[in-house]
Design a protein around this ligand. Structure first.
Ligand SMILES: O=C(COP(=O)(O)O)[C@@H](O)[C@H](O)[C@H](O)[C@H](O)COP(=O)(O)O
Ligand SMILES: [Mn+2]
Ligand SMILES: [Mn+2]
Length: 345
């Protein structure tokens, strides 16, 4: 994949974040999401590429844009042969979440981002719109902690790998009834719990950066977000494991239908014969080349949110590439018509 793609996708997430941030705090989660989708799609379609969305908006609600299977990029247009050497271009798969943490944006809370992951065709696990049990941890613990082990055992392993007491560890868990026992177990083991209402992609990626004071992500979140998190952690060398959760009783929501059996059949139709399989980061983002890009919408641990000033906006993004082995924090000033008084920092 061309290196220039890594630069272009910065603008894709930036535009989505700017659009969404205009709806911050307005209590309109659907609009905050929709404008991010439109902005992401518009910018993406200006890139010289042949892309296909493998993780996108609403698998079940048949979203009109950035839906699974949608082709994106200039070189997918019917008249592409006029300006692209279609046969020479690598086909790429794209996983998007233009507004990860729609509630966070709607209620002006921290931790929302516009995110995407890219790989060559077939390089990202096309996760169904199910849930996923997740375990993320720093690189030092990769392959040592294990999603099949109890939280107590994993905390002990983590404390050895990170050379710090269990009491010094912070585990992020989504604040959901389904995690009641998990939270209790982590606390009993001695570690501290940081509860989040939404936004587990940011929490997963934080595990790979020391200084975030986040040492693990445990519990169940959405499966598509798991793949995007895995893409970032694979590039960063962090630990990520995910296991699809298809039983509505386990997640305690009606969002994935009513029957475990029906969901298993749906997985089968998608070619997933072992619904209980545990995938690691290299399996969820298996491509030779993997790129991740995220831009803060509201402020977060990894990045600042979008800030507007007279004549423009400022964004902070993170682009991670397995090819160039880089994690770039990009600070961008977006100038509108009459920029005045641009602050240096
Ligand atoms: O917070 C999230 C929501 O994402 P979005 O819909 O794009 O705003 C994600 O980070 C979570 O992974 C996930 O979607 C959430 O855990 C779903 O669980 P629940 O809210 O309990 O149905
Ligand atoms: Mn999301
Ligand atoms: Mn979203």
């Amino acid at each position: 994949m061309e290196n220039t793609l890594g630069l272009e996708i910065i603008e894709v997430v930036e535009q989505a974040a700017i659009a969404s941030s205009k709806w911050m705090g307005k209590g309109e989660k659907n609009i905050a999401d929709q404008v991010a989708v439109e902005a992401m799609r518009e910018r993406m379609n200006k890139i010289h590429m042949r892309g296909r969305i493998v993780i996108g908006e609403g698998e079940r609600d048949e979203a009109p844009m950035l839906y699974i299977g949608e082709e994106v990029g200039i070189c997918t247009r019917p008249d592409a042969a006029n300006f692209c050497n279609v046969n020479e271009l690598v086909e790429i798969d794209i996983a998007v979440d233009p507004c990860e943490g729609t509630n966070l944006v709607a209620y002006g809370q921290n931790g929302s981002m516009a995110v995407l992951a890219i790989s060559e065709k077939g390089g990202l696990f096309a996760a169904p719109d199910f849930y996923m049990k997740k375990l993320a941890a720093p690189a030092a613990a990769r392959g040592h902690v294990d999603i099949n082990k109890s939280a107590t055992e994993n905390l002990k392993i983590l404390s050895e790998c990170l050379n710090r007491a269990v009491e010094e560890l912070v585990v992020v868990v989504m604040d959901r009834p389904r995690h009641k026992e998990l939270i209790q177990e982590i606390r009993t083991a001695g570690a501290r719990v940081r509860l989040i209402s939404d936004g587990d992609v940011s929490a997963a990626i934080c595990c790979a950066f020391s200084g975030t004071n986040i040492h693990a992500l445990m519990g169940i979140g959405a499966a598509p977000e798991g793949v995007i998190s895995a893409a970032a952690l694979r590039c960063l060398g962090g630990h990520f494991q995910g296991q699809l959760i298809y039983d509505p009783e386990v997640v305690q929501t009606g969002l994935i239908g009513e029957s475990r059996e029906g969901n298993l059949a749906r997985l089968n139709e998608m070619g997933i014969t072992d619904g209980d399989r545990v995938y690691n980061a290299n399996e969820l983002a298996s491509g030779e080349t993997v790129l991740f890009a995220g831009c803060g919408i509201t402020p977060g641990t990894l990045m600042d949110g979008v800030r507007f000033f007279h004549g423009g906006a400022r964004t902070q993004s993170l682009v991670i590439s397995s090819q160039s082995k880089t994690a770039r924090f990009v600070d961008t000033v977006h100038l509108s018509d009459e920029p005045k008084n641009i602050q240096l920092r």
